[in-house]
Structure formats: C-alpha cells, structure tokens
Design a protein around this ligand. Structure first.
Ligand code: ZN
Length: 402
C-alpha cells in the first residue's frame, strides 16, 4: 500500500434501504386515501384506515436511515465578476443564486476553521453544513461577494497570498478591505506568499533547499496575515491545488491543514494535508450540478493507490494513463462511476471486496487533471464522492507553465 488512511465503516451502512421505500408506498396510500376522502361525502368511512396508515408510517419512520452527519462540503470560488477570465469566475447573479439555494434549503454555513476543528476533535457537525472559500483575495470578493454574504449573515474564508496586497495591485482587495471583512465574519487564510508552483524546484536546488523555500513561503505569509488582520488559522490552500507527498508531509510537520482543488466532501478521516473542495467557477458553476455537490457525502475510501513512479498523483511525461486502485470500506454491491477530465466516463474494474481499479482509456493531458468517482448512497439524490488529482509533467519531464 502506497499511502492510506483508515476510517471506520459508516454506521449507517447497515440500515435497510427498504425503509424509505415503505414510507413512499405508505405515503402514496395515505395520499390516495386522503384524496378519496376529499372526493367522497362519506368521509367517516375513510378516517379509520387513514389513522392506521398514519400510525404505521410513524412506526416505520423511526427505522428510516438516520440523516448522515459529521461531514462538511467546502465551496471554492475565485472571481465573482463578469469582467474577469471565465474559467476562474462566476457571475454575481450565479453567485447570488448559489447562496439563495443554500438559504432556501436550510444549509448551515459554517466558519471553516471552527468546522475543521470540530471534525478533527470528533465534535458533532449537522448534515447540510458547508463552508464558503475564495482563493487569491480579489477585489470583487470585497465589492461583490461580501455584500451578498453579509446580507445572509454568513462567515467565509479568503485564501490570500500577501504579495499583491502588499504591492497594492489593482484587482486585489486592500489589507484595509480584508480587515473589514475579517471583522465581519471572514477568516483570512494562507495561500503562500507569492502564489508559486510548489512542485517546481529551482535549477540545482536540493530537496532540503526546496523544503526550506516552501517553508518560508508559508510561514512568512502566515506572519503577514497575522500582522494585518490579527488572525492566524494555519490553514493553507495550495496554489493551483498542486501538491505531492513531500509537500503534504511538510504541511503536517508545520502543523497546518491544507486544501487542494479536487472535489468531494470531508469528514474526520479525510487527509487533512490535502482536503477536497468543490471548484464552482466557469463550467462548474451550473445550478443542477451545484445541488448534487452540496448534497454529496465523503466516500468511505480506505486507501487510494496510484501506480505512478512517485507513488502519488505527480506523473512523468511517459506516465500517460495511470491506474488508481480504490479500496472502499463498503464492500456491498455498488456501482462505482468514474470520470476523467475531458474523457467523460472511464472504465472501472470491480475486483471484489470493495476494491476497484480505475484507468482512463486516453492519455491524461500535460498539467492538472482528475479522476472523479461517485456511487449512490441510501439517501435519494445523494452520492458518495471522491476525486483524485493528477499533475503530469511536460516533455523532458519539466512542469508545464499552466
Ligand atoms: Zn490561487
């Protein structure tokens, strides 16, 4: 096994999926009976069966699968604007619609540092808890997103790299604006000092020198954020979502929590040095898929083993079609559906006992891509969700420039 983390089996897994079905049948019967009652003048005749049905429904209702809990869905935005690059932007209208959906569906919008602390400490977190994050600290976060979030009274997190704020670059929120948001529910968190490509080593740089340089990028950013806002959360968003085993070890050694940009929900057994978030910009902002993502559940993955030479998601130029083996806690008959960036659905080989081999039929592109997998949960319309991030080097095994 190349890397793994353990998690207990979902206690709700054993609960029969028959209960919701029974409720549905009984509800239909109840509805039909009520309708008949309304249509009939002899309503008395129908009241006794109605009462029995109601009692039965109540009795069965007590054995319905409990609502899943103790998981968190994190939303990731960049720009909220119509005049910025589409791939990293959501329109103000779309953003407002996302927020309205969360409010209409009674989601709890949590303070991210607090929610992560609760998950790690085994404290309860209710179902439908989400946290909202923005990367890069753009001006429109302050001018456009912040007023909408204030109206809802919701906390949010902005991952900033101090350099453009220190240089007072147009397009980025000022420290004053970040401080104002911080006073009103925003957590200002770390995105490194210079928004570097963390995987790239400088020419002639040793592993130790590389590690020292990355440490400085993180520690200096944390100090600058503290100087300006008096906040220190020790939570980092990897620039471009990129990391490898060595970087994740460094994060853990520094006592930080870090986020990538692969999708999925989080629970206590997630890898806290590479937590998933749902990117919601550009093509990922559509309302129907947004709802599915908000309802998603953390997939009970025991281990994810890539067949890459580096033993993680970083690939050489020659590693074009990496296989990923997922060992799930759930060994029941389930249909795991996987997708690769730009390739749609990809083959999944069920190797029995909850073990699945996933491999894209076509070459992955140079740069970043993903294998995303889901399977249906016992709760209608809700899916267990897991995403694995790949970064493939360019020809000559150098990191590409995007
Ligand atoms: Zn960024």
């Amino acid at each position: 096994m190349k890397w793994h983390f353990s998690r207990p089996a979902n206690p709700n897994h054993g609960i029969t999926p028959m209960a919701p079905l029974l409720i549905t049948v009984l509800s239909s019967w109840l509805w039909a009976t009520t309708k008949m009652t309304v249509l009939s003048d002899q309503s008395q005749i129908f009241l006794p069966p109605l009462a029995i049905v109601a009692l039965l429904a109540l009795a069965v209702g007590t054995s319905v699968a409990e609502t899943p809990s103790n998981h968190l869905v994190v939303l990731q935005y960049h720009h909220v604007s119509t005049s910025t690059p589409a791939s990293t932007s959501i329109t103000p209208e779309q953003f407002a619609a996302h927020m309205r959906w969360l409010a209409d569906n009674e989601y709890t919008v949590a303070n991210l540092p607090e929610a992560l602390r609760k998950l790690r400490n085994g404290e309860p977190l209710t179902d439908k808890t989400v946290a909202i994050t923005f990367d890069d600290g753009y001006k429109d976060n302050y001018s456009t997103a912040y007023p909408i979030l204030r109206k809802h009274g919701w906390p949010f997190t902005v991952f900033v790299n101090p350099e453009p704020h220190d240089q007072k670059l147009a397009g980025w929120a000022s420290w004053k604006e970040l401080r104002e948001m911080a006073k009103n529910g925003a957590s200002i968190a770390n995105h490194t000092t210079s928004h570097l490509f963390m995987l790239r080593r400088l020419p002639e740089e040793t592993v130790v020198e590389w590690r020292t340089r990355l440490t400085r990028e993180i520690v200096v950013a944390e100090e600058r954020i503290h100087d300006e806002t008096k906040q220190t959360h020790r939570i980092l968003a990897y620039p471009y979502g990129e990391s490898d085993i060595a970087i994740r070890e460094l994060i853990a050694d520094l006592g930080f929590i870090a986020f990538g940009q692969q999708s999925g929900a989080i629970d206590a057994d997630s890898d806290f040095s590479d937590l998933p978030r749902f990117p919601l910009s550009g093509p990922y902002s559509a309302m129907d898929s947004f709802q599915t993502k908000m309802k998603s559940l953390p997939m009970p993955v025991f281990s994810a083993t890539p067949d890459s030479a580096a033993l993680d998601g970083t690939l050489t130029y020659a590693e074009t079609r990496p296989a990923l083996t997922l060992q799930l806690h759930d060994s029941s008959q389930l249909v795991l559906n996987c997708f690769a960036s730009g390739q749609g659905a990809i083959p999944v080989i069920d190797q029995d006992n909850g073990r699945y081999l996933i491999r894209a039929p076509e070459s992955l592109p140079v740069g970043r891509s993903r294998y995303n997998c889901t399977y249906a949960s016992e709760w209608p319309g809700r899916y267990y969700w897991y995403s694995y991030a790949w970064v493939r080097r360019d020809e000559g095994d150098v990191w590409s420039h995007n």
